[in-house]
Design a protein around this ligand. Structure first.
Ligand code: F6P
Length: 464
């Protein structure tokens, strides 16, 4: 069997709690298959040090971890710059937040070239290479240029915007053509595939062939939706472990007079966090019976602090949370608990189980695995209700959640009220259907279906 080589910007760090679904999903995948995991070490070497591109290799069980350092200049241009100040906002429909600084794209190209150069000597002839996410779109093209002939698949964890939004990217033609160096491209949802298809037809003039294949300039690639899932069994085990149980019990004790609402996110403008707080405020105004009986716990873990838009968001959110607590709180009740820290993963199932309502309300999201974790954490006899943004990729699968438009404050307040007052039988029915779907399409299904499609002999290997 061929070895699996996974490439992603961020690797799971066993010493730190994971913030972000990608590292968790890839950790779960590689734990099953073994193989090589290649990416950024998480270390930024000072510009005058010779650390840039230095390779570190270590073994973690069946997985070899190979990582490289970035120089401070490359970190600023590639990660904070092109990846998180250009691609992230544009792919999440936020052209207003994009910073089209010309130096960023140079750093992005440079780091992708450096990654390819460091990875190439580690590859074996029969490896299957699986590249992840927007940081590394041109990586296959760089590998091909160095003579790589192995099969290379790509999975995009974030959404694909409509073609005209993509076309606002100054280097969109170059970026999108570099997808043709992959044998297979996996996207999160059918909506993403539809946008990608329209871009390829309208902007590239590609020819559409059978089986999700596209051809342009003598190159061919395949595209499909492979919605990412969670490791359900592993998460259930985590839920039975002492730390999750303790968290659950402690919350039930502390909030014995309250129904809990819960949001867990990275502090990111795509997650719709201020919109959620406003909806909660509206809930308290429109349905005053919730005063003293509903509490929102909002965990927004620090993320990309040095990128401008994230600092602004933090300030906005702190102002909003303070205002709600000031206006509605009393000596013995605070409506909102805002926590700007990472919560250990082993506590998450206990937190979710204690909540009557899970609020996953991004303005745009590739998938959102917290939505799936919330459902799996519930007690099937007395489950909580998931309120889910229709703009999260997860909404395509999780139709039995209460689907909301996060821009519609009053509609979202009404949905929260529906969730808080939903009869037990309806909660059980919705939960059972959601569980079935999440179980069927778990992380192992995702890995198998993607890698099987990648191994299928539809697309020829492409020259550089
Ligand atoms: O899922 C999208 C994603 O950007 C991943 O690629 C990433 O690992 C995660 O969110 C967390 O973001 P970051 O790696 O920038 O901390």
């Amino acid at each position: 069997m061929s070895r699996l080589v996974v490439v992603s910007n961020r690797l799971a760090d066993p010493r730190k709690p994971a913030a972000g679904g990608l590292a968790v999903a890839l950790g779960d995948t590689l734990a099953r298959t073994g193989g090589l995991w290649f990416g950024w070490s998480g270390t930024v070497a000072p510009d005058d040090a010779a650390g840039d591109g230095q390779l570190h290799v270590r073994q973690a069980g069946r997985v070899t971890l190979a990582t490289v350092d970035l120089s401070a200049e490359d970190f600023a241009g590639y990660y904070q710059g092109y990846a998180n100040s250009v691609l992230w906002p544009v792919f999440h429909y936020r052209l207003d937040l994009a910073d089209f600084n010309a130096a960023y794209v140079d750093a992005y190209r440079r780091v992708n070239r450096m990654f390819a150069a460091r990875l190439m000597p580690l590859l074996r002839d029969d490896d299957t290479i699986w590249v992840h996410d927007y940081h590394l779109i041109p990586l296959a093209a760089e590998l091909r240029a160095l003579g790589c002939r192995q099969r290379i698949g790509f999975f995009l964890h974030i959404p694909v915007p409509p073609p005209l939004l993509l076309a606002a990217l100054p280097h969109h033609a170059w970026l999108m053509r570099s997808f043709f160096a992959y044998d297979l491209i996996g996207l999160q949802s059918q909506a993403d595939v539809a946008h990608f298809r329209r871009y390829m037809l309208n902007e590239v003039g590609a020819e559409e062939l059978e089986g999700g294949r596209f051809a342009a300039n003598g190159h061919e690639t395949r595209v499909g939706a492979f919605p990412i899932g969670i490791d359900v069994q592993e998460f259930e085990r985590l839920g039975q472990a002492p730390e999750a149980q303790r968290t659950h019990e402690r919350l039930l004790q502390e909030y014995s007079r309250c129904q809990l609402l819960l949001g867990i996110d990275r502090l990111d403008y795509s997650k719709g966090i201020p919109q959620r707080v406003r909806a909660f405020q509206q809930l308290l105004e429109k349905y005053p019976e919730n005063e003293r009986s509903a509490t929102l716990i909002m965990i927004a873990s620090p993320s990309r602090d040095d990128v401008h838009a994230y600092g602004d968001l933090r300030q906005e959110l702190e102002g909003l949370c303070g205002a709600i607590n000031g206006d509605f709180g009393d000596l013995d009740w605070m409506p909102l608990r805002y926590i700007h820290r990472v919560v250990a993963r082993r506590r998450v199932p206990g937190l979710c189980r204690a909540a009557r309502v899970g609020l996953v309300t991004p303005l745009r999201d590739g998938m959102n695995l917290v939505a799936k974790e919330f459902v799996v954490s519930q007690d099937a006899q007395d489950p909580g209700v998931l309120v889910l943004s229709r703009f999260a990729g997860a909404a395509e699968q999780l139709q039995e959640a209460l689907l909301v438009n996060p821009y519609d404050t009053e509609g979202m307040a009404d949905a929260i009220q529906t969730a808080l007052t939903m009869p037990l039988e309806e909660r059980q029915q919705r939960h059972a259907r959601l569980m079935q779907r999440i179980r069927e399409h778990d992380v192992h299904w995702w890995r198998r279906s993607f890698l099987d499609a990648l191994a299928a002999p539809a697309a020829q290997l492409l020259p550089a």
